[in-house]
Design a protein around this ligand. Structure first.
Ligand SMILES: Nc1ncnc2c1ncn2[C@@H]1O[C@H](COP(=O)(O)OP(=O)(O)OP(=O)(O)O)[C@@H](O)[C@H]1O
Ligand SMILES: [Mg+2]
Length: 395
C-alpha cells in the first residue's frame, strides 16, 4: 500500500467513524480487508502501526455491530527491514517557541503555582490545564512556574514550549515537536501525511520525561458556540492529546493554557487530566500589583477601583500604564469605566479603557503605539532596530 492510499483509507475510516452504523458494514469489511491484505506489504514501522490501529478499530466496530470478531492480525514484515530508532540522549536542551516573557511584578497565585508543581510530580497526572478568560493571567502563571523549575528541583529530560497566539499552524507545530522529540533524527518536512507526524511523535515522546507547554491552545479549538464549541479543530491534535493523557510511565507533564473548555479530554478528567479555572486577582494581590506598577492612593480608593475593574490582570496593566504616564500614578484619575460582569464582554470594557488612554496620547505616541501594537508583549529598545530600519532625519 502506498502512503497516499493509506492516507485515503484512514481518511475514509475517520469520516464514517463518528456516526458508524449497520448500513456501513460492507464498507467496514472492505476497509478491514484492505488493511489486512495490503497491510502485509507495509514495511515502514509508523505506517504499519497506523494500518494496525485502523484494523483494530474497525474490527472492534464490526464486532459491536455483528457480534463476530474478525481477525485483525497483520503479519510483521521481515525484522531486518524495520529501521531501529537510534538512542536519544537526555537531558536535551529546551525548545521554546514564542515563550511568554517573565512578568517582573508578578504577584500572588501561590496556591496555583503549588498545584502545578503537584501535577508535575504526580505520575498519574499527564495533562494539566489552566482555563480562564483572556488576560486573566494564565500565561503569566505558567511563565512564573517555569522560572522556578530549578528551585523546585524539577528536571525534565526536555522542555518544549509552543505559543499558539503567535503561531497557530498545526503543521509547523508538529514539525517543531517532532524535530525536538526525535532530537533531529527525523526531518519532519519530508513527511507528507499529518497523521504520520503525530504517529512519529508518539513513537519518540514516551521515551523521555518531558515538560510540554501548549500556551493559548484555544487558537486550535473550535470557537463558534454550539455543540462543537471547545473541540479541537484538527483530529490529529485530538489524537495527540489523547495519547499524552494516556502515555504510559513516561512521567513529566503537558501543561496547557486555554480560554475554552477542553471538551476532547472530558473522559480523562480526574484521571490523567486535571484542570484549574483561573479567576481574577484577589484584592490584596491586585493592590500589590498596582502599587508595584507605580499606582498611588489609599487602600480604600484602590479597592474601589479594583472592584470596579473586577480584578482583571490585563486591565490593570493598562490602567497602571495610563496613570503612571499621565497622572504620576494617581488612582483618583482612573477612568470611569464600568466593567460588566460577563467574561465575554470583558474585551469591550478593556477597549473603553484603552480608548481613554488613546485620547490622551500625542500624535507621535499614537503612531508609535500603532507600530508597536504588532508586538504582543512589552517592547524593549532592542526591538527598535528591527522596526526602524532607517535613521530618522536630524538624529
Ligand atoms: N499574577 C500577576 N501579577 C502581575 N501581573 C500579572 C499577573 N497575572 C497577569 N499579569 C499581567 O496581566 C497581563 C495579562 O496576563 P496574561 O497574558 O498571562 O493573560 P492570559 O490569561 O494568558 O491571556 P490570553 O488568554 O490573552 O493569553 C500580562 O501583562 C501579565 O503580565
Ligand atoms: Mg496567554
Amino acid at each position: 500500500m502506498t502512503s497516499q492510499n493509506l492516507n485515503k483509507l484512514i481518511k475514509k475510516w475517520n469520516s464514517i467513524k463518528p456516526e458508524v452504523s449497520e448500513k456501513d458494514i460492507g464498507v467496514l469489511k472492505k476497509i478491514l480487508y484492505r488493511c489486512i491484505e495490503e497491510g502485509k506489504h507495509v514495511t515502514d514501522p509508523v505506517e504499519r502501526d497506523m494500518v494496525q490501529r485502523v484494523a483494530r478499530e474497525v474490527g472492534d466496530v464490526i464486532f459491536k455491530l455483528t457480534g463476530e470478531y474478525p481477525s485483525t492480525v497483520i503479519f510483521p514484515p521481515e525484522i531486518s527491514r524495520v529501521k531501529p530508532i537510534s538512542k536519544l540522549t537526555f537531558p536535551f536542551p529546551p525548545s521554546l517557541h514564542n515563550q511568554t516573557p517573565p512578568e517582573p511584578n508578578f504577584v500572588g497565585r501561590k496556591e496555583m503555582l503549588e498545584t502545578i508543581t503537584g501535577w508535575y510530580t504526580n505520575p498519574e497526572v499527564r495533562i494539566g490545564v489552566l482555563i480562564g478568560w483572556g488576560g486573566v493571567g494564565k500565561s503569566a502563571i505558567v511563565r512564573k512556574w517555569y522560572d522556578t523549575l530549578e528551585s523546585n528541583n524539577i528536571k525534565p529530560d526536555g522542555i518544549f514550549w509552543w505559543g499558539f497566539h503567535r503561531n497557530a499552524y498545526l503543521e509547523q507545530f508538529l514539525n517543531a515537536l517532532l524535530r525536538y522529540v526525535s532530537q533531529g533524527q527525523i526531518e519532519p518536512e519530508t513527511i507528507k501525511i499529518t497523521w504520520e507526524k503525530t504517529e512519529r511523535i508518539k513513537e519518540y515522546i514516551h521515551q523521555g520525561t518531558y515538560l510540554i507547554i501548549l500556551d493559548g491552545l484555544e487558537q486550535m479549538q473550535k470557537s463558534e458556540s454550539g455543540d462543537e464549541f471547545g473541540n479541537m479543530i484538527h483530529r490529529e491534535f485530538t489524537e495527540l492529546l489523547h495519547y499524552l493523557a494516556d502515555v504510559p510511565e513516561a512521567g513529566g507533564l503537558c501543561l496547557i493554557t486555554t480560554r475554552y473548555p477542553l471538551i476532547d479530554l472530558d473522559e480523562w478528567h480526574e484521571r490523567g487530566y486535571k484542570k484549574l479555572s483561573l479567576i481574577d486577582l484577589s484584592i490584596p494581590d491586585s493592590l500589590s500589583m498596582l502599587r508595584s506598577r507605580g499606582v498611588k492612593g489609599s487602600d480604600e480608593e484602590m479597592t474601589e477601583i479594583i472592584n470596579r475593574y473586577k480584578g482583571h490582570a490585563l486591565s490593570f496593566t493598562s490602567l497602571a500604564g495610563y496613570l503612571s504616564r499621565y497622572y504620576d500614578g494617581d488612582i483618583k484619575q482612573a477612568p470611569e469605566v464600568e466593567f460588566v460582569l460577563s467574561d465575554k464582554e470583558r474585551f469591550k470594557d478593556l477597549n473603553k479603557l484603552l480608548s481613554k488612554y488613546a485620547a490622551k496620547m500625542s500624535e507621535p505616541e499614537w503612531i508609535f503605539s500603532k507600530i508597536f501594537s504588532l508586538f504582543r508583549t512589552e517592547v524593549t529598545e532592542n526591538d527598535f532596530a528591527g522596526v526602524f530600519r532607517h535613521e530618522i532625519e536630524d538624529t
